[in-house]
Design a protein around this ligand. Structure first.
Ligand SMILES: Cc1cc2nc3c(=O)[nH]c(=O)nc-3n(C[C@H](O)[C@H](O)[C@H](O)COP(=O)(O)O)c2cc1C
Ligand SMILES: Nc1ncnc2c1ncn2[C@@H]1O[C@H](COP(=O)(O)OP(=O)(O)OP(=O)(O)O)[C@@H](O)[C@H]1O
Length: 303
């Protein structure tokens, strides 16, 4: 997959393009990407995506996202996308008129001869560009247009906004169904306080990106992918209140049946089920007892 920025001086030709935020790369987005493959007919498949949520840029604030930019890129690669083009989100870009956006970006830069989108796709200044606009102008600009129906979950359109609420409320199974893949955290294993190993539970610690949306603090049944191999695991998301105060939020995973050094390795922790909330115990002995019970419960689970 080619990785580029919309500000690069590259000119592509004969491509099929889809545009959006694609936060989470959910089941609806996956349907869109598989349509890209179906209609490609030899064209290169391009995803043009924003590096941040447009509404955050306008409000001058950051909203946490289901996937980081890096995770989104990896998911697009898995879906067989040929070119990943990220759009640095600026007020100038958001103010582009629909005509300029199509001419300057979709046609001149990306060489689009086909566009795939959902029925509510909008772009350009205050969302002035929409599916009607794209339909009316197919001949003027010279592209084929494919509009796909929205993918639903229990009769409601799947959307990144809905999935973000589901994560915030800790509904992991529902989140995973709407995503069509497990919610996960990908990151480099950092050194912790090394207390875990002294209580016989060595943990792989990830310090998630500040923009990564995490489920509520607590213990989750997870699976961890290490160098292409998937292991049963259990993960604490939180601040370790038993150990000390003011700790940063960490994603801490005990990987069953793994004995090795993970420092510096990039691992993927996939979440399946909430087990219990994070608690402050009176002492480390109590915490140790609870973690032993958690691991026993985890091992009995089918996942
Ligand atoms: C399954 C599991 C459950 C945990 N639950 C809690 C908890 O409820 N409260 C808490 O303070 N820490 C909890 N922890 C975090 C431990 O405090 C942490 O693993 C230990 O301090 C080791 O940290 P270190 O890797 O920085 O050495 C949990 C860890 C695991 C693996
Ligand atoms: N459920 C869905 N089924 C099919 N296509 C979808 C679905 N949701 C979004 N799309 C399409 O995917 C493209 C990118 O959508 P985008 O990520 O910007 O919106 P979204 O998933 O609805 O998120 P948000 O909740 O932030 O609006 C658009 O063409 C959009 O119409």
């Amino acid at each position: 997959m080619i990785n580029m920025s919309a500000t690069d001086k590259i000119k592509l030709s004969n491509t099929i393009v889809t545009v959006g935020k694609f936060d989470g790369l959910h089941k609806g987005h996956e349907k869109l990407l598989s349509e890209l493959t179906k209609k490609a007919n030899g064209r290169r498949k391009v995803v043009l995506t924003f590096a941040a949520e447009p509404k955050d840029v306008l409000n001058n604030q950051t909203v946490k996202t289901i996937v980081t930019d890096e995770e989104k890129r990896l998911l697009c690669e898995k879906q067989g996308i040929d070119v990943y083009c990220s759009m640095p989100m600026t007020k100038e870009f958001l103010a582009l008129e629909p005509d300029e956006f199509i001419n300057e970006f979709l046609k001149k830069k990306l060489g689009a001869t086909a566009i795939v989108c959902g029925p509510d796709f909008s772009f350009g200044n205050k969302g002035a560009g929409n599916v009607d606009y794209l339909k009316k102008n197919t001949e003027k600009y010279g592209y084929e247009l494919y509009v796909i129906e929205k993918e639903k979950y229990h009769d409601k359109d799947i959307s990144s906004t809905g999935i973000r609420s589901s994560i915030i409320e800790g509904r992991i199974e529902e989140t995973n169904e709407m995503l069509d893949h497990p919610y996960s955290v990908i990151g480099k294993v950092e050194e912790g306080k090394k207390i875990g190993r002294t209580i016989n539970f060595p943990t792989a610690n990830i310090l998630p990106a500040a923009t990564k949306l995490l489920p509520p603090n607590g213990v989750y049944a997870t699976r961890t992918n290490i160098n292409g191999k998937s292991y049963r695991s259990i993960t604490n998301v939180g601040i370790n209140p038993t150990i000390s105060e003011n700790n940063p939020t960490k994603v801490e995973t005990y990987v069953a049946n793994f004995h090795g050094n993970l420092y510096g390795e990039v691992i993927e922790v996939s979440f399946y089920e909430f087990m219990r909330g994070e608690r402050k115990f009176d002492d480390i002995e109590q915490l140790k007892k609870q973690i032993t019970m958690d691991i026993n419960d985890r091992i009995k689970m089918k996942i």
